[in-house]
Design a protein around this ligand. Structure first.
Ligand code: ADP
Ligand code: MG
Length: 836
């Protein structure tokens, strides 16, 4: 149980900041006056009393009430920081960490040597630092190095209402750290700040906080906001609809700033260009050029932190080295979702994706009599440019800020009277089958839409224009569910194991994933070699008492650094060798998109259509064979087809015509290209030394690279191995050409659409099993039996040394014997009895 702070029983072993001290802050009178207007100032006393009496305190208050800027100052003035124990504040977004550290330094009239920030690639910490703003990822990394967080006297988890997975895990960890620190008489204060009153998951959760922490509510001073719904919801072009709405407001409505919510950086830029063209001000052109230059500069800076490609050494023997992953250079991990999205868009623009900018040049006549002060706001925007939005616009000119989701709760822009909300947000989406994450534009939640509307009523009554109907709004989810409940957990479990939390089942999640999800996650991680497999009996015992406690392996640690599902993380970790990364990335991207090929199996309405369909099916089958190739390449099977299709399509410029002619779905191919960009960025973030650049037109892999790729895919799909039932063990006809898998009793078959349908290799790995008339494996790739003990050791059991040199199928025992360094293993799952 968390002990009360500062017990007098024994003297602390080390001097701590003394909260009874008052540190005077030399604010300017203007700043002091501005602060006094903030609602949170009225609660200073209450907050500080709660903090002094409780180890953990929750502060709830509307966006803009002053939580982020003021609470750290309250704590500072009350003496909660000293040379060696400071105040730490986590933000889910980089942009907030940087902007807020600047703002607080300015309010306190001190330099950034005292109020500093730390984000993934940069920071301005000094030995004078007393308040440190950082991303949640940075604090997680620090916990890995110093579990007790001894550097901190106070930790503030800001924006906890977002319920990002990192925030949730940080809270779970901090609940334990606070207790441990109390035991050591080095008390740590934890403040949780939320923009909504929905904090039951923190207060009503006995495992997280044994005594419910006090909740301090900050009264909001909101002016009424009139919400206007669209009669109809635009289907595609919400950006165009936003544009028309802004023009109307600007032309017809009284003075007051406009805030537009869009979803991404490229969209924001295009929108700004269009607005500036329609309502030019003096100097808007050069400003725009400069902004674009800056965003290119930001990207260059990002890229500079990676050095050029290190050529993997060529090895004659095509055998992937399973130990090689440990030499993978691993950079600092700090996930900033927003920044990732922005980077991904820039990668996209290198590939000349259509950024929806085309209509910007036609249409509206510039209206010089109605200038508009247009400013963009998104995560990767240079800090000086971000600061622009807080400055008053030129006299007599209306301000219009075009923002991504950062303006929803992280940053509050003064003087906004009109909000234009497209209703969309770019969110990370997790594919349930592959676990690969990608970014998708989806509807926001009702809570988010209301937050956005609230931005219009900060200084006077305002208006919010929603570009969707009230019926559509009624269908929005009420609150975004905690991220942890809508994603697979294998990767989280892996992350936690990397933090040396072995018994994940005991972890105090604010909202825990289900037991089945946890067990499935551990089983998969064991199969992949990311966790040490306990002996079978031991495992059974563990499951009985719900004790999952397998330690992480070296491979697991490497895998933990990739932001993809463990299966694919393993593939990526192994692909560092022999320049296989671009291919693996392409395959993983293609797998994620799933249906590359058009649906041609549909029933035809007429004979004519049937002829056309038949022709197209034949064409697709032929192309698949071409892409699969011969020999080694054919053995990579359907995964080779994916690679071939992606490569061929890119060579043809990814044109709709090419896709149409070859039965590929054009949208899917564009999506793959986008995902390849994202994955390339992700790999670069993990290992900057690799310096991977996305070349859409990759060269086909060499024959030995194909062999490596087969091994890489087999290693990653390790829990999806199937063995051909040999003719001598046939029980009955239903097992003809069938395969046996560890988990299913029924025979499974290679899907007729697979290029390996007629090949029938002895061992295969598959992407997924679908059930139609039979159980069919899709996405099949052949595995050599001698690879199994090395690549998929969890299927093997030690079977005593034997002299035979080659792995063989043994009909007497019904087992496959695999040979490695004079030791036999057997592929350990039951097979149908042998017919003698
Ligand atoms: P909260 O965290 O509760 O959402 P903040 O502490 O971020 O609120 O903001 C409090 C006030 O400070 C807001 O009115 C906001 O407009 C103002 N503010 C924040 N950053 C700046 C800045 N860089 N320049 C001017 N005003 C700012
Ligand atoms: Mg805030």
């Amino acid at each position: 149980t968390p002990a009360p702070s500062q017990t007098a029983a024994s003297a602390p072993p080390r001097p701590l900041a003394n909260p009874t001290i008052f540190i005077p802050v030399n604010r300017t009178p203007e700043m002091q006056e501005e602060r006094l207007k903030l609602p949170i100032l009225a609660e200073e006393q209450a907050i500080m009393e709660a903090v002094s009496e409780n180890p953990i305190v929750i502060v709830c208050g509307e966006t803009g009430s002053g939580k982020t800027t003021q609470v750290p100052q309250f704590l500072y003035e009350a003496g909660y920081s000293s040379e060696d124990s400071i105040i730490g504040v986590t933000e889910p977004r980089r942009v907030a960490a940087v902007a807020m550290s600047q703002r607080v330094a300015k309010e306190m009239n001190v330099s950034q040597r005292v109020v500093s920030y730390q984000i993934r690639y940069e920071g301005n910490m000094t030995e004078e630092t007393r308040i440190k703003f950082m991303t949640d990822g940075v604090l997680l990394k620090e916990i890995q190095k110093d579990f007790l967080l001894l550097k901190y006297r106070v930790v503030i988890i800001d924006e906890a209402h977002e319920r990002s997975v990192y925030t949730d895990i940080l809270l779970g960890l901090l609940s334990r750290i606070v207790a441990l620190r109390a035991k050591r008489h080095l008390p740590l204060k934890l403040l949780i700040m939320s923009a909504t009153l929905r904090v039951e998951d923190f207060t009503q959760n006995q495992r997280l906080f044994t005594t419910p922490p006090p909740v301090i509510k900050v009264e909001s001073r909101q002016f009424p906001v009139t919400v206007h719904f669209n009669k109809q919801t635009p289907l595609d072009d919400y950006s165009g609809e936003c544009f028309r709405k802004v023009c109307k407001i600007h032309r017809m409505l009284p003075a007051g700033g406009i805030l537009v919510f869009l979803t991404g950086q490229a969209e924001v830029h295009a929108f700004c260009r269009r607005l500036r063209k329609a309502f030019p001000t003096r100097g808007s052109r050069p400003q725009e050029k400069e902004e674009e230059k800056d965003s290119a500069e930001a990207m260059r800076k990002f890229k500079k932190s990676r050095t050029r490609a290190r050529k993997a050494q060529a090895v004659a023997l095509p055998q992937i080295n399973l130990d090689n992953y440990s030499v993978l250079p691993v950079g600092e991990g700090d996930e900033d979702r927003e920044a990732e999205m922005d980077e991904e868009e820039i990668v996209g623009s290198d590939l000349d994706l259509d950024l929806g900018d085309s209509e910007a040049d036609g249409g509206e006549q510039p209206d010089v009599s109605l200038p508009l002060h247009v400013l963009p706001l998104y995560s990767l925007l240079a800090p000086e440019k971000q600061a622009q939005v807080f400055k008053p616009p030129p006299k007599g000119i209306r301000l219009c800020v075009v923002a991504t989701n950062v303006a929803e709760t992280s940053l509050t822009i003064p003087g906004i009277k009109y909000v234009v909300d497209c209703g969309k947000v770019k969110r990370r989406h997790y594919d349930r089958v592959t676990g690969v994450s990608s970014f998708r534009v989806t509807w926001v939640s009702q809570a988010s839409a209301d937050q956005r509307a609230g931005r219009a009523g900060r200084t006077e009554p305002g208006h919010c224009y929603r570009l969707y109907s009230s019926a559509v709004f009624g269908d929005f989810e009420q609150f975004p569910p905690p991220e942890i409940t809508r994603r697979p957990v294998e990767d989280l479990i892996l992350q936690m194991k990397a933090l040396n939390i072995e018994k994940v089942i005991n972890f105090p999640f604010p909202t825990p994933p289900s037991m089945e999800a946890l067990i499935a996650a551990e089983d998969l991680l064991i199969a992949l070699g990311a966790l040490q497999a306990p002996p079978k009996e031991e495992r059974m015992k563990q499951l009985q008492v719900s004790q999952l406690s397998c330690p992480i392996t070296a491979l697991g640690r490497t895998m933990a650094t990739f932001p993809v599902a463990p299966r694919y993380a393993k593939m990526l970790a192994l692909s560092w060798q022999h320049d296989c990364l671009p291919y693996t990335i392409a395959i993983v991207a293609a797998i994620t998109v799933r249906e590359l090929f058009e649906e041609l199996d549909r029933p035809a309405a007429s004979d004519e259509e049937l002829t056309v369909l038949k022709g197209r099916r034949a064409r697709v089958a032929q192309m698949k064979r071409t892409w699969a190739g011969q020999g080694a390449s054919l053995k990579l099977g359907d995964l080779m087809v994916l690679l071939g299709a992606v490569g061929a399509c890119e060579y043809a410029g990814c044109s709709p015509q090419f896709c149409q002619a070859n039965g590929l779905r054009y949208k899917a191919m564009l999506e793959i290209r986008r995902l390849r960009g994202q994955l390339t960025t992700a790999v670069n973030a993990v290992c900057p030394e690799v310096g991977l650049f996305l070349d859409p037109k990759m060269q086909p892999p060499t024959e030995s690279q194909v062999t490596y790729l087969r091994q890489i895919m087999a290693a990653g799909l390790g829990d999806h191995l199937a063995r051909k039932v040999q003719s001598e063990e046939l029980l009955d006809e239903k097992w003809r050409n069938a395969y046996k898998t560890p988990l299913l009793d029924d025979p499974v078959f290679i899907h007729p659409s697979s290029v390996l349908f007629r090949e029938l290799p002895d061992f295969v790995v598959y992407q997924e099993i679908i059930e139609t008339t039979k159980m069919y494996m899709k996405g099949v790739s052949a595995v050599e039996v001698q690879w199994i003990p090395t690549l998929l050791p969890s299927y093997c059991q030690f079977d005593g040394p034997l002299e035979e040199p080659a792995p063989t199928y043994c009909p007497e025992t019904g087992r496959v014997l695999c040979y490695r360094t004079s030791v036999f293993y057997r592929v350990g799952w039951p097979l149908p009895a042998v017919q003698v």
